[in-house]
Ligand binder design. Sequence first.
Ligand code: C5P
Length: 228
Amino acid sequence: MSAMIALVPAAGSGSRFGAASPKQYLQLLGKPLMWHTLSTLAAVPAVDRVVVVVSPEDEWFDGFDWSIPKLEVLRVGGASRAASVRNGLVALAAQGDDWVLVHDAARCCLTVAMVERLIARLTDDEVGGLLALPVADTVKRADSHARVSKTVSRDGLWLAQTPQMFRSGQLLRALAAERESAITDEASAIEMLGLKPCLVEGEAQNFKVTYPADLALARVILASRKED
Ligand code: C5P
């Protein structure tokens, strides 16, 4: 049977966040932010391994007591998210038909239920797919002066989230170096092979911590779950 591997790129510098340490290490309810991400993935019974990719220059990872079952660390992060994922895929030595769930370290409000929904929907799928959210707001296209040049139909528009779940061998082929410039997530690399990833409905709570206000929101969400 093929294995199910969660792969978490965490080699970003978090420059948009503007903190002294990368955002994945910021304190959130007494733990580093990505502790919450990694422990949720490890709590999914179907997930066999949780592999986090940090930068070779990372000075923070060893400073924390992670205490998370199934957790492995690879110090092979690259210059882009796609490079970190590709390096991680090579280093983790998976079988070609193993499933890999790539998940942003900074999406720390993921739940076990969201991951299980994704796995249940895709486990017999030929291609794989991703959590995503249908666009609920009206969408505007701006001109160069931040004035509306057009209202864009939101019909059929989705916002990509993670995890993104694909077969290890196919994902590695898709992330070939020469394509990297155009790649913003794993699904777009798979699309470049002419394949159509499946969109599985995610949740607004599965947002990516990008700016300081996002951290406050993540704190409220995670604290409210602890009270239940
Ligand atoms: O910067 P952004 O929030 O889009 O990054 C998404 C995820 O990719 C984060 O978990 C970040 O740590 C990771 N990343 C990486 N290697 C890079 C850049 C980003 O692993 N060179």
